[in-house]
Design a binder for this molecule. Structure first.
Ligand code: C2E
Ligand code: CA
Ligand code: CA
Ligand code: CA
Length: 279
């Protein structure tokens, strides 16, 4: 117990301690929270770089904690990933999202992105989870994308290839999240059948100020164009960043410039196609 505690304190923040170790058994605390549906979806709009209209959303997990209030994912997801709890947590998130959006009358082609951890990619249940998600929507309305982060190493090789082709057969797209921040960005592109890149916001933040990250950004955009990959730029906060990214061929934009992540009810309320029913 003591060794575990020391290990955690070396790895995680004090906020995390307060949250999970207070309960004595962090694993049981996560299980309890899944059962109580305390892990809930927030949506942040994805914006089309041509029209600047909302055309989709990324699903971001929040922990609606009975004592601590709304907890951001950085405090609990690393632990949930290391213990495997992330799989039932993500499944619950997908079920809630599908239940709330399935009959919302989303416009055709609406994109929904979900963050998926390495533990889930190694789990045979992922295609079934995606099929169940898609089945909640009228046929061919939404475009589901799974975002695999570079923070975690995804095993490349025949089992992952087989899984990705199963997902592609369902019409699911694969994105590499936080592209450019890991050690393996380029080798993932070489070894895995990927459809999209999400450029990490650290590169977007450099536009107009830091010429090195702007150079890296340009190289990523050129590489993506050559490989025929769609590019999503995250962390867009300023008009200058928006203008630069549109001019250099990013396809989708995401960031506080458009909206912060919000509850699904608020997202549907603010959605532009609700205000312009003729579109
Ligand atoms: P991410 O996937 O890179 O998600 C983008 C994060 O950037 C979100 O933080 C979002 O709120 C934030 N963000 C968006 N636009 C801006 C901006 O313009 N400026 C700034 N400063 N930040 C912006 P959030 O929601 O706190 O999520 C943090 C990370 O936690 C995510 O990073 C993702 O890696 C992880 N995460 C969130 N939800 C899930 C989930 O359901 N499953 C898994 N496995 N990981 C998740
Ligand atoms: Ca993401
Ligand atoms: Ca990201
Ligand atoms: Ca990021």
């Amino acid at each position: 117990q003591l060794i575990l505690l020391l290990l955690f304190s070396a790895t995680f923040s004090w906020g995390f301690h307060r949250l999970l170790l207070r309960s004595g058994a962090p694993s049981r605390e996560l299980q309890r929270a899944v059962r109580q549906q305390e892990f809930i979806p927030y949506l942040q709009p994805l914006v089309d770089a041509n029209s600047l209209q909302w055309c989709g959303a990324e699903v971001l997990m929040r922990w609606q904690h009975p004592v601590d209030g709304m907890v951001l994912p950085d405090l609990f997801i690393p632990f949930a990933e290391s213990t495997g709890h992330i799989v039932p947590m993500t499944r619950s998130l997908m079920q809630q999202t599908a239940a709330q959006l399935g009959k919302a009358g989303l416009p055709s082609g609406f994109k929904i992105s979900i963050n998926v951890s390495a533990a889930h990619v190694a789990d045979a249940s992922l295609p079934a989870d995606c099929a169940a998600f898609l089945a909640a929507f009228p046929p061919d309305t939404i475009q589901l994308t799974l975002e695999l982060t570079e923070r975690e190493l995804i095993a490349t090789g025949p089992p992952t290839d087989a899984l990705l082709s199963q997902l592609h057969a369902l019409g699911v797209r694969i994105a590499i999240d936080d592209f450019g921040t890991g050690h393996s960005s380029l080798s993932y592109l070489q070894k895995m059948d990927v459809d999209e890149l999400k450029i990490d916001r650290s590169f977007v933040a450099g536009i107009g100020s830091d010429s090195l990250s702007a150079d890296i950004l340009d190289s990523i955009l050129q590489l993506a164009a050559k490989l025929g990959l769609a590019v999503v730029a995250e962390g867009v906060e300023s008009g200058a960043q928006e203008e630069y990214l549109c001019r250099h061929g990013a396809h989708l934009l995401q960031g506080y410039r458009y909206a912060k992540p919000m509850p699904i009810s608020e997202f549907l309320h603010r959605s532009e196609w609700h205000n312009h029913p003729s579109q």
